[in-house]
Write a protein that binds this ligand. Structure first.
Ligand code: GLY
Length: 294
């Protein structure tokens, strides 16, 4: 069986972008699907899917990332291989077009997580191009930042979300997960959320399941949301119940909001959230057509 699921973030998306997001998650899903149908790995599929969303301006990842309190797009990403629990992640990078691919390169190295200028130094050594930060900043994100000038490190209340992620199951039975984000609008420079942290923003283990999360990073970290959802599967819960119980725990313990996509080793997949919306797309080889968020 092959299966892919992608999300374009939980939050309160402005209606004007809902159609674009649906097309965006479809494109991302198709990029991963193409790899899976040609016998590629789940790891390649989730990277490809996330790369697509990192190029689309209405998602909060890569180009189109929200701006921090200093007016800079500062991004985090992580990726995990369910075959061996290998993890690669980068945090607070500002000159990388595809943070998920830099995270993949870290996964292939002796490191797990590289941050800031150290991560970028690693990128230049590995042939990544230095992208001026202004090339990652869209007009809309700049306007939002200017309208809210004076952010000074305080996240802008209930943000639009839009962190992106993917989980996949390949023909060999392997799972993978990836997540990429610009973080929270107006966040303090140097603030890192859940997205580059295994067990928080993502998780993949062939034995139990794969997850990518989205939402208010501090509360996702404090509740270990991705790992908690997979633990539900380990305890014998159905995927929907495992996801919902993890989200209830997050809400009750931290007051936060979030969403996630969760996939089991036999390809059962759910998309669940306690925010007002989350865009997603899921495709399996025993379905005639993909399933989308409303
Ligand atoms: N979930 C993305 C963030 O809080 O950074």
């Amino acid at each position: 069986m092959i299966v892919i699921a992608v999300h374009g973030g939980a939050g309160n998306a402005r209606p004007v972008t809902l159609k674009e997001r649906r097309e965006g998650v479809q494109k991302a899903m198709e990029a991963g699907w193409e790899i899976l149908t040609h016998g590629g790995t789940a790891l390649d599929a989730v990277e490809a899917a996330v790369r697509v969303m990192e190029t689309l301006p209405f998602f909060n990842a890569g180009m189109g990332s929200v701006l921090n309190g200093d007016g800079i797009a500062e991004m985090d990403a992580g990726i995990m291989d369910g075959r061996n629990l290998n993890v690669g992640a980068v945090a607070a990078v500002s000159h990388i077009r595809h943070p998920v691919t830099l995270a993949r390169r870290v996964l292939e190295s002796e490191f797990v997580l590289l941050a800031g200028s150290g991560a970028e130094g690693f990128a230049w050594e590995h042939g990544f191009h230095h992208v001026p930060n202004r090339d990652l900043v869209t007009k809309q994100r700049l306007e939002t930042w200017l309208e809210n000038a004076g952010f000074s490190g305080k996240p802008a209340g209930y943000p639009w979300g839009d962190t992106v992620g993917a989980v996949a199951l390949d023909a060999s039975g392997s799972l993978a997960a990836a997540t990429s984000t610009g973080g929270l609008t107006g966040k303090r420079a140097g603030r890192v959320g859940d997205s580059p942290l295994p067990g928080c923003g993502f998780w993949a283990d062939n034995e139990w399941g794969a997850v990518s999360t989205t939402g208010l990073g501090e509360t996702i970290v404090r509740s270990l949301l991705a790992r908690r959802a997979v633990e539900g599967l380990e305890r014998g819960l159905a995927p929907k119940d495992a996801a919902d119980q993890a989200l209830v725990y997050l809400k009750e313990k931290t007051g936060g909001w979030a969403g996630l996509i969760l996939m089991t080793p036999n390809g059962e997949t759910v998309a669940r959230f306690n925010s007002s919306s989350m865009s997603y797309a899921i495709m399996r080889d025993d379905w005639k057509a993909p399933k989308f968020s409303e």
